[in-house]
Write a protein that binds this ligand. Structure first.
Ligand code: MN
Length: 129
């Protein structure tokens, strides 16, 4: 079964993102902070990760950098979800290694198409190289 890991500390935001994921047949794993998220990613090897940027203890950017620095998790695509509209945030998120970036509130109707578009693009790259 397709698996997705959602690292999100806000319950309302988590419930909102669950709706399109379930509709697309994903099994949903949930962590509410970066450390638990890294542990779950190693154990469960999800197909991709949805990463809230504003998290307690360690933010989503730091969490992504750790995931992307470790052999077991660096291949897993990470999509950031953030409400920050600060200049430079997008660059920081992409520099950390995120494959994509969505601003809150997410659009539950279109988000999965956008994610699949990016994931399919990655597969094509792998085949061509
Ligand atoms: Mn948050």
């Amino acid at each position: 079964m397709k698996k997705v890991l959602v690292i999100e500390d806000n319950e309302d935001n988590f419930n909102l993102i669950c709706y399109p994921l379930k509709r697309h047949g994903y099994h949903i794993l949930h962590a509410t902070n970066g450390l638990d998220g890294i542990e779950l990613a190693k154990k469960e090897r999800p197909d991709f990760i949805l990463m809230d940027i504003h998290l307690p203890l360690m933010d989503g950017i730091e969490t992504t950098k750790i995931l992307k620095s470790q052999e077991e998790t660096k291949h897993i695509p990470v999509f950031a979800i953030t409400s920050f509209a600060m200049v430079g945030d997008r660059e920081r998120i992409l520099e950390a290694g995120c494959e994509g970036y969505f601003e809150k509130p997410i659009d539950p109707i279109t988000i999965m198409d956008k994610i699949h578009e990016i994931l399919d693009g990655r597969k094509d790259e792998d085949t061509n190289s």
